[in-house]
Design a protein around this ligand. Structure first.
Ligand code: F0G
Length: 536
């Protein structure tokens, strides 16, 4: 008899006890609404959609542990109890590996021992890591709560850009294995050039029946490209190096520990601070455990601890990884390289904190509600659980496998949070050109005919027509189906696979699109209007 592992399918990790009824909207109704909302995926009412793969961001199902924590939310203006619990949860997650303190349990179990609460939570002092505590967070702030990832990016780049320019008025570059759209936009809004250094093997074919056996870590940073960029542009032009885990822009592919270590080595050699865009850290850690030699016997928390030991700081959206509905964070290592480089006339932490308070709120809530802070702190313990990660991975992989079996050009192996179609291959043999935004036309038809929402992450989203030939090399032509955590099951996936397959068969009927309004807007895929051009 096979063991449960040998069955080759994920062991169920949870069961939904609340369901939401999906409205039975007709094709004609969707067509009407699409027209009225300028065919924009971001303007279409979510309530009228059957299956929404637009984003895994904040759209997941929270666990009962998180809902229970939410009731402990403290909405005080300053030093709400969730603040302490969240900082502890962050230390536990990113620094303590197999030895978390789990102070949240004191709050959730109604601890009434005041001395214990004071000594172990409210006045506990820490320094030296990503999250100073007690008096050290006041004198040398290094951890900043914000509502979401892009707020952390804004806080960071809008604070360092003037420091850089004051120091030397030159062109600056920030390389990444794949900048997300908001990261790139926040960098360029501050006059810095965002450079994508995708791994050379990213678009290579991969057999779908080997997804459970090996993984080429296509999300890796191109190390040679990084060395070349530093050599070509000069060390002084590169204020930071970024690694995004997993690499959302590059088809959600994971980054290997080896690659993280190698980038760390290069960063060290040139004395450049290294940051993570840590959005999907738990999923990335799970890939390392499953596929990277030497990590099979490590726990997920221990892998995360090692991953983060190589960076000087990170920005994160806690809305990803199925972690929470809201939350973001910026931090850097106490007295580390980032702190040293950017504290020129004034401590960089003090500057960041001032901006945090000016823009988002008191530093102990940073624009989040106390309820959300508690749910997020609880979520940090949920998201590293292996059965959950295992089930999620299997789910995404099944989706990709079923598409591949039907001959759809899906990027393989599947990434951690989403399935991506290669639209160049999808439209091969038709007259669709990259400037026709065929990926957008595909998403319009998928929503119109079948009530399924996906998103183009390609020439339209990344504004191909506004880029130089050099920058265009950093743009892929993809459509993404992101999976919110614990929202959809096999029946949703099967419905989507059938719909996508039907559209693929009829790909010559998919319209080219024209941007009818707002082509020049920054982050235009959230804002502009689109007009599909249907053939007679
Ligand atoms: N970095 C990455 C890698 C992301 O995927 C996102 C958001 C952000 C930063 C910004 O975080 O939304 O909290 O401000 N990605 C979402 C998505 C929106 O659909 O992939 P945010």
């Amino acid at each position: 008899m096979k063991s449960q592992q040998e069955l080759g399918v994920a062991v169920p990790a949870n069961k939904p006890l609340v369901v939401r009824t999906i409205k039975q909207v007709t094709k004609e109704q969707r067509e009407y609404v699409l027209k009225k909302t300028e065919y924009s995926m971001f303007s279409f009412p979510a309530d009228l959609i059957f299956v929404d793969f637009l984003s895994d961001s904040g759209s997941g199902t929270m666990t009962d542990f998180q809902w229970a924590a939410l009731f402990h939310g403290d909405e005080s203006y300053a030093r709400n109890k969730g603040y302490y619990v969240l900082l502890e949860a962050i230390r536990d997650t990113f620094e303590r590996g197999d030895y978390p303190k789990k102070s949240i349990d004191m709050i959730l179990s109604g601890e009434t021992n005041v001395k214990k609460l004071i000594d172990e939570l409210y006045l506990k002092s820490y320094e030296g890591g990503f999250v100073n505590g007690g008096i050290h967070q006041l004198t040398r702030p290094n951890a900043f709560i914000v509502p979401q990832g892009r707020c952390a990016e804004h806080l960071l780049f809008s604070t360092i850009a003037p420091i850089l320019r004051e120091n030397k008025n030159i062109t600056y570059y920030i390389p990444n294995n794949g900048h997300f759209d908001t990261t790139e936009a926040n960098i360029s809004a501050n006059g810095i050039i965002a450079v994508n250094l995708f791994s050379a093997n990213l678009m290579e074919d991969f057999p779908y029946d080997e997804m459970d056996k090996r993984n080429p870590f296509k999300g890796n940073m191109d190390l040679e490209g990084l060395e070349n960029l530093i050599q070509e542009k000069g060390v002084d032009t590169i204020p930071l190096i970024y690694i995004t885990i997993t690499n959302n822009t590059a088809a959600g592919q994971p980054v290997s520990m080896q690659n993280i270590k190698a980038v760390h080595k290069i960063a060290q050699k040139y004395d450049i601070p290294l940051f993570f865009d840590a959005c999907r850290f738990a999923e990335n850690a799970h890939f390392i455990k499953e596929f990277e030699e030497g990590y099979q016997n490590y726990t997920i928390p221990r892998i995360i601890q090692e991953m983060f030991s190589y960076v000087d700081g990170f920005t994160i959206s806690y809305k990803k990884d199925g972690l929470a509905n809201m939350g973001g964070f910026l931090c850097f290592r106490d007295k580390g390289l980032f702190h040293k480089k950017f504290s020129i006339n004034e401590d960089i932490g003090i500057k960041l904190k001032e901006k945090q308070i000016l823009t988002f709120g008191n530093d102990s809530y940073g624009g989040m509600s106390g309820r959300d802070i508690m749910a997020l702190a609880a979520g940090l313990y949920e998201v590293v659980k292996e059965p959950y990660l295992n089930e999620r991975k299997t789910h995404v992989r099944d989706f990709a496998r079923k598409l591949a079996q039907n001959g759809i050009p899906v990027i393989l192996p599947a990434g951690g949070h989403a399935v991506y179609l290669d639209m160049n291959k999808f439209f091969e043999g038709t007259d669709m050109k990259i400037s026709d935004f065929g990926g957008v036309g595909f998403t319009i038809e998928l929503l119109k005919h079948y009530g399924i929402r996906a998103v183009e992450l390609g020439p339209f989203a990344f504004e191909w027509d506004k880029k130089t030939p050099e920058q265009r090399k950093g743009i892929l032509n993809l459509v993404r189906f992101a999976m919110p955590r614990n929202v959809y099951n096999t029946s949703h996936i099967d419905y989507a696979v059938a719909a996508i397959t039907e559209l693929y068969k009829n790909r010559d009927k998919i319209p080219k699109v024209r941007i009818s309004r707002g082509a020049e807007l920054r982050l235009r895929h959230f804002q502009s209007g689109i007009q599909p051009i249907y053939k007679e």
